[in-house]
Design a protein around this ligand. Sequence first.
Ligand code: HPA
Length: 269
Amino acid sequence: MLETIKETISFIRKQTDLRPETAIILGTGLGSIADEIEADTVIPYEQIPNFPVSTVEGHDGKLIIGRYAGKEVIALKGRFHFYEGYTMQEVTFPVRVLKFFGIKNLFISNAAGGMNPDFEVGDVMFINDHINLMPNPLIGKHVPEFGDRFPDMSEVYNQTLIRRALDAAMKHGLRAHKGCYVGVTGPTLETTKEYEYFRIIGGDTVGMSTTPEAIVAHQMNMTIFAVSVITDLGVPGRIEKISHDIVQQAASKVTPKLVKVISEIIADL
Ligand code: HPA
């Protein structure tokens, strides 16, 4: 695995002179940041050696290296989900690459269902803990260069960045919370009782990404900031039938304010 990562990095380094320390995984809700990056280099995933091969038609995965909010950044437009059939090693490979490329700060966004009764569609939640209900991405042969075999998980998400994000959200009139994200495999959405169960065990939002990436990034000692955009509710009495389109539409309404919040935090790093 280390050799493959090194091969990938040497390819990327040849494409750019920039050496960013901040990366953004542009999940649902933050995709439009891609348009605001002053790009130095854009590399489609299929050109990157050892990157997972996309199985989804029309999937425009690309790595964007450039400048944003006064910082050099690398953005991953398009991510790999476990439900698409990738192994956990494939899902998290880009995060390993980022670390060895020199990334210290990792920003992640996702769309999620909200179980907390105080939440509304269109709110955001800055993740301060998670419950991972997917296979653990660290299962398998241990690579000491990645970090601990048994990583401590008592503080995965950076508290200072959460505080700054809450302040910035208030300033921009974005309804924001902090809380616990439950990571599930999908691709089914939750039954009524599953939402109820996730609430009982301590979850505020639920979604199909982020925990594998956060686990791997935390093992490698990266500073992590992650945000859920609440696109639907898993609150008893307020559950409605949802589709992928509804999720996308709800997320796109929040994007402009959320992008402002994220850009301020990055500028302040
Ligand atoms: N559950 C799981 N994943 C999701 C949801 C949800 O309610 N909404 C958006 N992604």
